[in-house]
Design a protein around this ligand. Structure first.
Ligand code: SF4
Ligand code: SF4
Length: 352
């Protein structure tokens, strides 16, 4: 019998779910509470307000998610480990047969928490790093002593050989430490990634964008990594003739907020379907309609845009920043144009 890897298996399931418009993956923001105060954070409050979901409400939503046939569950926040009942919630989800993923800043990970996470067999644990040095890390997080907490937490996860990926959101404050961060993480035998996406807060407040690298800075960071990994150019990122909302939102994935709202994605917080009044199954129908009824207007230029293959702008970026999902944001156009020039991409219709 032909063997396939779990990664390939999950990809096949995901493709099938996308075609069938069945939810296959859910991101669950367990709380907006967080012990850090990162300058670039899209979290609107950092505090766990009284109207966040109770443990019993979370259990009920998880039961419905499992009933709907969802496979992957990504727990995030805020910082999901600030909830005192976090491990009970993960245990409930595991009993339902869901494949668990965790996004954490690791500062709340103790030896006991790492042991519990190991027992729950998380598929992966994505840990954020905000700088290689204490001074830069805490310049981003705003909390004295948080760097030591992060290092202790990461040590606990590494000691148990948990499936950790450490990700650096690259921004103005830490761009000069990208290679040092990679060396630190890889020196512990842990996989390192970086991302260049800093987005507006999920209530539309653009404050985090002040910390975003400009397009030239983003291209420079990519170049440093391409050189270090002996690669020539990043892959094209956007299909030429994709649908208007061309990601997985509302096709095979959705998100749930700490207030029980069901949305397309954590970074595309609409239609805010209220799970305290309706069911996950009903909410999924509303999400599908939201995607299908969101159509482009006369400002939509993408189909004829010559830098589209390299454009990383999501419809959510335009929607969050301008209220119009059809808008083209100058930052992304400049970034894509610079990439096309830097890597000499052939223009559409141009011979290789
Ligand atoms: S750790 Fe995450 S949720 Fe907390 S402040 Fe930083 S970016 Fe926001
Ligand atoms: S640069 Fe603007 S017009 Fe071009 S593909 Fe990106 S969003 Fe669309």
């Amino acid at each position: 019998m032909k063997q396939i890897s779990s990664e390939d298996y999950f990809q096949i399931v995901s493709d099938k779910a996308r075609g069938l418009r069945k939810p296959e993956s859910v991101t669950f923001e367990l709380t907006y509470g967080c012990n850090l105060r990162c300058v670039h954070c899209y979290n609107p409050t950092h505090r766990a307000l009284p109207h966040e979901l109770t443990k019993q409400e979370v259990f009920s939503i998880l039961d419905q998610i499992a009933d709907l046939g969802v496979l992957h569950l990504h727990f995030t926040g805020g910082e999901p480990l600030v909830r005192p009942d976090a491990i009970e919630i993960y245990t409930h989800a595991k009993r339902l047969g869901l494949v668990l993923h965790l996004i954490t800043n690791a500062t709340r990970v103790t030896p006991a928490v790492a042991e519990a996470l190991q027992g729950l067999d998380f598929d992966d644990i994505a840990v954020s790093i905000y700088g290689a040095s204490k001074i830069v890390y805490e310049r981003v997080t705003g909390i004295p002593g948080s760097y030591e907490q992060f290092r202790r937490g990461l040590d606990c996860l590494a000691a148990r050989k948990l499936p950790v990926i450490v990700r650096l959101p690259v921004m103005v404050e830490n761009a000069h430490e990208v290679l040092e961060a990679r060396a630190l993480v890889e020196g512990m035998g842990i996989k390192f990634q970086y991302c260049l996406d800093i987005v507006a807060k999920n209530n539309g407040d653009p404050a985090p964008l002040a910390h975003r690298l400009d397009p030239a800075g983003k291209v420079r960071v990519d170049q440093v990594f391409l050189e270090a990994s002996h690669r020539q150019a990043p892959e094209p990122v956007c299909a030429a003739n994709g649908p208007f909302i061309d990601c997985s939102c509302g096709r095979n994935r959705f998100a749930v907020t700490p207030y029980g709202e069901m949305n397309l994605c954590v970074a595309f917080p609409t239609p805010r379907y209220n799970l305290r009044k309706g069911t996950v199954r009903e909410g999924w129908e509303v999400l599908k309609q939201t995607v299908d009824h969101t159509t482009p207007n006369e400002r939509y230029e993408c189909p004829t845009c010559e830098v589209r293959p390299q454009c990383r702008q999501g419809r959510n970026d335009a929607w969050l920043q301008t209220g119009d999902a059809s808008a083209c944001l100058p930052h992304y156009k400049e970034w894509a144009t610079l990439e096309m020039r830097t890597y000499a991409r052939p223009q559409p219709g141009q011979a290789d």
